[in-house]
Design a protein. Structure first.
Length: 256
């Protein structure tokens, strides 16, 4: 048995026994870690606030035969502006859920950790809901690239011809875009406008500084987000809870 320290982002928490929680952390060097935080459900616990979702923390863990035990947590950043805006929270929750769903325990990826931290930091400081959403969509397609699920955006996945600048179709079971002719034999697909293809390519290829400067109207932003979620859900084989949460907020007409 040994103890170790880890830096990470809190992805998920779940009640465990009367006073404990299971805490999922995506760490810089150990990947996704699920640990037991003993006593944090007690009113007197001083560690509970350190283990809020989205917190950037340094934790100390004691390895056991089962799950590691969290012995100490030090807050590095709580992203306070983000947590004061429910719309931003809904966007950030999708980021957390994607990492949790796409990574197994112990699967290390330093690039994704840096991308995750940078995305949450950008959402925290975003000047508008649209800007925050651009960062989230860019994160999502970059994450799909890292785990090998990036949709083919330049050539038809069926005939391999270069896609022309006109209406195409996203076929998740084939792994990307198909042209009109090839789509005739495909049962599961979604129409994609040329502008949406351009946005997806840009958000995948460019860094966040350039993403921030990209000017998009809300309709195009939302349509691009829906396309990417449609594709992502297919590979996860289950719906994303954070999307349902965001939809509920939208119906409440909360201000951005």
């Amino acid at each position: 048995m040994h103890s170790f320290a880890a830096e990470g982002i809190i992805l998920k928490r779940k009640n465990f026994s009367e006073a404990d929680k299971l805490v999922t952390i995506f760490t810089k060097n150990q990947g996704k870690v699920i640990c037991v935080a003993k006593g944090v459900r007690k009113i007197t616990s001083r560690r509970a606030g350190s283990l809020e979702l989205l917190n950037h923390v340094k934790v100390y863990l004691h390895q056991t035969k089962g799950l590691p035990i969290l012995t100490e947590a030090q807050i590095q950043n709580t992203f306070p502006d983000l947590k004061e805006d429910l719309n931003k929270i809904s966007i950030a929750f999708l980021v957390l859920e994607l990492v949790d769903r796409l990574f197994d325990e112990g699967q290390e990826n330093r690039i994704v950790f840096d991308l995750l931290f940078d995305t949450i930091d950008r959402i925290d400081s975003a000047r508008s809901l649209s800007e925050a959403k651009k960062f989230q969509i860019s994160f999502q397609i970059k994450l799909l690239t890292q785990v090998g699920y990036l949709p083919q955006l330049y050539n038809c996945v069926q005939c391999e011809k270069k896609l022309e600048k006109k209406e195409t179709f996203l076929a998740p079971n084939y792994g990307g875009l198909v042209d009109y002719s090839c789509n005739q034999s495909i049962l599961l697909s979604k129409v994609v406008a040329p502008e949406e293809v351009k946005v997806l390519r840009f958000l995948n290829n460019e860094n966040f500084s350039l993403v921030q400067r990209l000017k998009l109207d809300d309709d195009l932003l939302n349509q691009t987000s829906e396309l990417l979620n449609y594709y992502t859900v297919y590979f996860l084989e289950r719906n994303l809870n954070s999307i349902a949460f965001a939809d509920q907020l939208q119906r409440l007409y909360l201000p951005s």
